[in-house]
Design a protein around this ligand. Sequence first.
Ligand code: CTP
Length: 405
Amino acid sequence: MSRVVLGVGGGIAAYKACELVRRFTEAGDDVTVVPTAAALRFVGAPTWEALSGHPVTSEVWDDVAEVRHVRLGKSADLVVVAPATADLLARAAAGRADDLLTATLLTARCPVLFVPAMHTEMWLHPATGANVRTLRDRGAVVMEPASGRLTGADSGPGRLPEPEDIHAVATGLRDDAATAAIVSRDLEGLRVVVSAGGTREVLDPVRYLSNASSGRMGIGIARAAALRGAAVTLVRATIGAPVPSGIEVVDVVSTADLADAMTALAPDADIVVMAAAPADFTPATRSDAKIKKDGTGGMTLALVQTPDVLAGLAAASPRARVIVGFAAETAEGDELLRLGTEKLRRKGCDLLVLNDVTAGRVFGSRDNSVVIIDRQGIVARAAGPKDTVAHHILSAARAEIEGEH
Ligand code: CTP
């Protein structure tokens, strides 16, 4: 269990922070909510108290003997500010301490995550940009807002990212190596292309062939790369998780679509990660009408093999600087390593992330345990939530670019 302080700024997105409290408490964390006075005009103290199980105030004048404004920050393992309004970012950047939340931010020595939400004009204003840079330079993590519909009729960057996305970012901040990589923005200036999810091979207007991939590993990698400052494109097949904020998305359906999108994007990328689970076979013919039962009690499907996207990207010229593949195998230990090494050579990629998928492990799960290999052998092992594993995979890719392996 960790002690999480959730600071809530005065924006309409405060209602989404209620869902965030629930996600933390369900994961076993002890959450103290510190709203600003403006936040309490949107969502009242009883709601935060009921969700967190702790008393709530925005003032430094309550429980003075307890010195809450110092104790809260000092004892926190993680501080998350969501929504972080333009005003709150400005106050934090200026180092103000005129309410409980800003005082807590000044006394906290743990990772601090700001999740901005505001109107597009405010987000794009140079004053807000300067405040975000100041906070990042001081070691805080500032997420990019999501794009889309805002309050009223306007739309653009400024929406609060989905609570699931925010919670996943917070998960990565529990790992020291991942936090250091995020804070240093070590992928700034790099272009990262990630594929995620299972492709669908259409049989007829109502049926398709697919697989059990949830896309969470690829989503985690895209999110981690964006947090570390990379320009990220996610090539999205079917996935069961929200798209992280601050990344470009290209939608695909079949393995052939995936091959086209990746072939177009990969040559300009520094790092390509093929986390998608492409269907290996596609129906030899696609019926425009629904296929009917023919009364014989069965049917035989003719399938043809799809292109190997990863091998194609690795053999292309020009090609990305580092190409990362995954290997889902039903093996463990030395046998997993032997199959992986053989697959890395066959596909021609630079790094291969190996995992054992025996008995449905990995698919749809939030955790993963992997071995990362290059042509010389094992370069890293990582286990834990997929968002933490994602950071270790990106660090291995970055080390490959720097020639460190
Ligand atoms: N892959 C791909 N194109 C395909 C199939 C797989 O690019 N048509 C990629 C996956 O995205 C993954 C890697 O290849 O990064 C390995 O996937 P895996 O399913 O383990 O390998 P297969 O090629 O299916 O090999 P095998 O059938 O021998 O296990």
